[in-house]
Design a binder for this molecule. Structure first.
Ligand SMILES: O=C(COP(=O)(O)O)N(O)CCCCO
Ligand code: NA
Ligand SMILES: [Zn+2]
Length: 305
C-alpha cells in the first residue's frame, strides 16, 4: 500500500531497525525494490532525485505509485534531495508521499527558514518531510562539498533545528558520503555522535551515503569490463550499530547503480549476439534484487511489514 514516510519511519525508529530508501530511475529498478520488499515482508521507501524526475518524469512516478498502491507491504514515494520549496511542492503534486528539502548548504537560520516553509505546506497536505543538518562529504548531486567544508551534525543544533522546523525526520552528517568512494578502506562513522543525537531527539534519523559497495559486486563489475578505482562503502556492522541508536531511513543508490550495470555487462559479455532488451535488463533486475535483499537483512526490516 502507498503510505507516507512517517507511516514507515516512526515504527522503524521505535523498533530500532532501519528501512532502505532506494533510488529508482526506471521500471526494473522499481520492480526490484518493491518485489523484494514484498518477498521479504519489509516496508520500503522508493526515492527519486530531481535528476530522476528530469529523466523519467510523471511516467516514472506513476510506475512507482501504481506498484506501491498494489504492493502488499507499506511503500512510500520520496523526493530525494529536493533543492527548493518549488521542487518539493511539485513532487507532492506528482503524487509523492514524502519529500526532502535539502537546505543544508544554507547557514542555520537559512536552513530553518526554507525547511519550515516546506514543512507547513507539506503537512497541510498530509505529506511528511525530511530535512538535513550538517554536510556530507562527497558529491551531493548538485553540490560539491569538499572535505574541509564537510561538517558533521552538532547534537545541540539538531534539537534546535527540529523544534524550529517541525521536520518529521532529519538527515544527519555522521561520516558517510555519497558515491562509491567513501574513504580509504572502511569509512569512519561517528557512532558517539549518532548516539548523542538520537538520545536528545525522538524523530527518525536518516543516513545518506549508505551504500555498502560490496566488493563482490565491484569485482564482477571489473570482470565484466567495468572500470572503477578502489571503491569502498559503509560496513554492514557500522550500519547495524547506527540503526540500533535511531537511524531509521537509510539511503541507497550507488549499490543499485553498480548492481544493475553488473547485470547488463555480464549479459552482454555472455552473449554478444543478444539484442532482446528483456535478456539484458532482466539480469540487471536480478542482481539488484540480491543487493536489496542483503541490505534489508542488514537493516533488520525483514518481516516488519
Ligand atoms: O544518500 C544517497 C545515496 O548514497 P550512496 O551513494 O551511498 O548510495 N542518496 O541521497 C542518493 C542520491 C545521491 C547520489 O547517489
Ligand atoms: Na532523502
Ligand atoms: Zn543523499
Amino acid at each position: 500500500m502507498l503510505v507516507t514516510g512517517n507511516d514507515i519511519l516512526v515504527p522503524a525508529r521505535a523498533g530500532k531497525y532501519g528501512v532502505g530508501s532506494f533510488n529508482t530511475n526506471n521500471m526494473e529498478i522499481t520492480q526490484a525494490i518493491i518485489h523484494t520488499a514484498e518477498r521479504l515482508r519489509s516496508p520500503v521507501m522508493v526515492q527519486m532525485s530531481e535528476g530522476a524526475i528530469k529523466y523519467g518524469g510523471q511516467d516514472l512516478a506513476n510506475i512507482v505509485i501504481d506498484l506501491a498502491r498494489r504492493a502488499t507491504v507499506p511503500v512510500a514515494l520520496h523526493l530525494d534531495h529536493g533543492s527548493s520549496y518549488e521542487s518539493a511542492l511539485k513532487a507532492i503534486k506528482m503524487g509523492f508521499t514524502s519529500v526532502m528539502i535539502d537546505a543544508s548548504h544554507h547557514d542555520f537560520e537559512g536552513n530553518v527558514k526554507e525547511t519550515r516553509r516546506v514543512v507547513e505546506a507539506a503537512h497541510a497536505m498530509g505529506i511528511s518531510v525530511e530535512s538535513e543538518l550538517g554536510r556530507l562529504g562527497g558529491i551531493e548531486e548538485h553540490i560539491v562539498v569538499d572535505e574541509k567544508d564537510a561538517f558533521l551534525t552538532d547534537p545541540e543544533e539538531a534539537v534546535q533545528f527540529i523544534e524550529q522546523t517541525g521536520t518529521d525526520y532529519l538527515a544527519i552528517a555522521i561520516g558517510t558520503s555519497h558515491g562509491a568512494f567513501k574513504g580509504k578502506g572502511r569509512p569512519y562513522i561517528d557512532h558517539a555522535r549518532i548516539e548523542k543525537i538520537a538520545g536528545l531527539t525522538g524523530i527518525p534519523l536518516v543516513a545518506h551515503g549508505s551504500s555498502g559497495v560490496p566488493q563482490e559486486i565491484v569485482e564482477r563489475f571489473r570482470k565484466a569490463g567495468g572500470e572503477i578505482g578502489d571503491a569502498a562503502g559503509i560496513a554492514d556492522e557500522d550500519l547495524q550499530r547506527a540503526t540500533g541508536f535511531g537511524i531509521a531511513k537509510v539511503n541507497v543508490d550507488t549499490d543499485l547503480r553498480l548492481a544493475s550495470t553488473v547485470g547488463i555487462r555480464e549479459a552482454l559479455m555472455a552473449n554478444p549476439k543478444e539484442f532482446d532488451p528483456r535478456k539484458i535488463f532482466g539480469p540487471a533486475r536480478d542482481v539488484m534484487s540480491q543487493v536489496i535483499e542483503h541490505k534489508m537483512r542488514v537493516l533488520g526490516s525483514v518481516g516488519k511489514a
